[in-house]
Design a protein. Structure first.
Ligand SMILES: Nc1ncnc2c1ncn2[C@@H]1O[C@H](COP(=O)(O)OP(=O)(O)OP(=O)(O)O)[C@@H](O)[C@H]1O
Length: 210
């Protein structure tokens, strides 16, 4: 079953297309890793899918509300404890107990600590635990393992696997090997938008006057 279908998408940054003509599907139980050099547009694509910016052209089959987006800013409430943060998110998403998220991301020992007192990697673990309480089927993750040590990367990979096993899907931009060998890879290089002088971006100035 397809959970996410993207068709002929063009995404922009600073008003200019960065990726164009992008189509792909993501089925239940599958993970897709976005690859491409710095600046190709991975973050821009994920932000567009998450509804944080509009696409220039194309269609996205599901609304942002079906996705759980996690990026560099973790969206944590710094004065709330780890437990309170997770309870807060569980109430926002209308889901239930947070115990399994605490355990899965190895946060039990830190449960009463305010988020602001956590290390960068611990904050990242809390950010990933948030995904677990969203109950949303499609995870959209931008560099999810930044600051994580090897043990935490393994915890994260386990959490993704378990999400896939329950019929979820994950789309991830990452430069590191997550050890998720079942994940497919989408190379974004062929979708790099051409600058207008090389025949790219059909909505160019000249065309507007033709
Ligand atoms: N605020 C901005 N205004 C204009 N252009 C921007 C802005 N932010 C980023 N860009 C440009 O948009 C392009 C796509 O950036 P994006 O962050 O999506 O790439 P990325 O593939 O995620 O890169 P990385 O691997 O370094 O995280 C880059 O060429 C970048 O320089």
């Amino acid at each position: 079953m397809t959970l996410l279908a993207v068709e002929n998408l063009t995404v922009t940054r600073g008003g200019l297309p960065v990726l164009e003509g992008l189509s792909f599907t993501l089925a239940a139980g599958h993970a897709l890793v976005l690859r491409g050099p710095n600046g190709i547009g991975k973050t821009t694509l994920l932000r567009t899918l998450a509804g944080l910016q509009p696409a220039l052209t194309g269609t996205i089959s599901i609304p942002p509300e079906s996705m759980a987006y996690a990026a560099h800013a973790d969206g944590l409430k710094s004065t709330l404890s780890v437990t309170e943060n997770l309870r807060f998110w569980a109430s926002v998403y209308g889901t239930g107990p947070i115990d399994s998220a605490l355990d899965r991301m190895n946060l039990r020992q830190l449960a009463e600590r305010p988020a602001m007192s956590l290390s960068a990697g611990q904050k990242r673990r809390l950010g990933l635990a948030r995904l677990l309480v969203t109950g949303r089927p499609v995870w959209v993750l931008d560099e999810p393992t930044v600051s994580l040590d090897a043990a935490s990367v393994a915890l994260f990979a386990d959490a993704v696997r378990s999400h896939l096993a329950k019929g979820g899907a994950a789309l991830m931009a990452t430069h590191i090997d997550l050890g998720l060998h079942e994940a497919a890879v989408l190379d974004l290089a062929p979708f790099k938008a051409l600058p207008p002088e090389e025949g790219g971006y059909k909505g160019s100035f000249d065309e507007a006057f033709s």
